[in-house]
Design a protein around this ligand. Sequence first.
Ligand SMILES: [Zn+2]
Length: 355
Amino acid sequence: MRTFFRVINGILLTAALLAAAYCGYHVYSVRTFPTESYDAREADIRARTDKTLADAERARQDADERLAFLKADLKNNGEEAVALSESMEETRAEQESKARRLAELQEMVRIREDLPASVEEARSQYADRIRELEEKIRNGETEVRICYWTLDDGPTYITKNFLDALDEMDGRVRVTFFTANGANDSPDEEEILRREMTSGHSVQNHSYAHVTNADGPVYRSPDSFREQILLQDEWLLEVTGFHPTIFRFPGGSAWGRDLVPGATDVIAELGYEWVDWNCNLYDAGAADKLPSAALETSRAVTQISEEPIAMILGHDWNSNTLIAMKNAIPMLQEKGYVFLPLFPESVTMGLVAAR
Ligand SMILES: [Zn+2]
């Protein structure tokens, strides 16, 4: 019996020990292993959350930067688009102005090419076209400019040098000679006059005696004044076969009209027009006070810029004027001037020089 109880005790003890061991194992595994596993997972989750937050922050920053860039880009594109449309507008305006300029240049070439080879040729139709061009210039409808370069007091012993220079000019250049038979004594004046006419220049009347004093033959009386115009007219008719139609007062219209009241009526009765100038080379003063060729050139170029239809006063007895003319004409052609012979149909008739 005792043995039986001892066996039972032994069994119970063993069972108790086994139960204790089992519980101990569970307590150990609950207290130790699960705690470490949660910490690691928590740390892992925290790390992943931190990373996700950092990623989100970076993505936000990227998005902000991208947005800022797009905004700036949009603004630039907008500005570029505005600039582009402005520049297209400018280009269009430039093209239009070039097309206009081209049409004008073609018109200038046509005018030059159609210039009559001589005054005999088609004067009336040519003069009408010039008149039309002058009116377009006055109305600001064209950038073409006209220069009437006038040369007074010839023919002289150097007039042929002026004619040679004009023949050599690039492009057809025509001028106007206001002649006065009594002002000079050139041996070949008749031949020169005929050459002026046949070269297509305008040959006009500057009185016969070209004396400017109050008691001289030009201005001492209306009758004497009339006679002086007629004498020169007849001489030109005899030499060239043509009547002149424009008169220039020796000393200018202000001087002449002061001395001969009614002078313009006399001119009109004779079927003439008259004209002064708006650009003066001041090349006819005392011999020791004549301007240099450079000064005359600069006067021509600077004064003319104020005048879309310029009337230059020079003299074909002054050799500096010859040099100035050769220098100034190409410069003025660059500025758009065409050099035409003067006709009485011109809008410049009656032009009064500034005092
Ligand atoms: Zn004169």
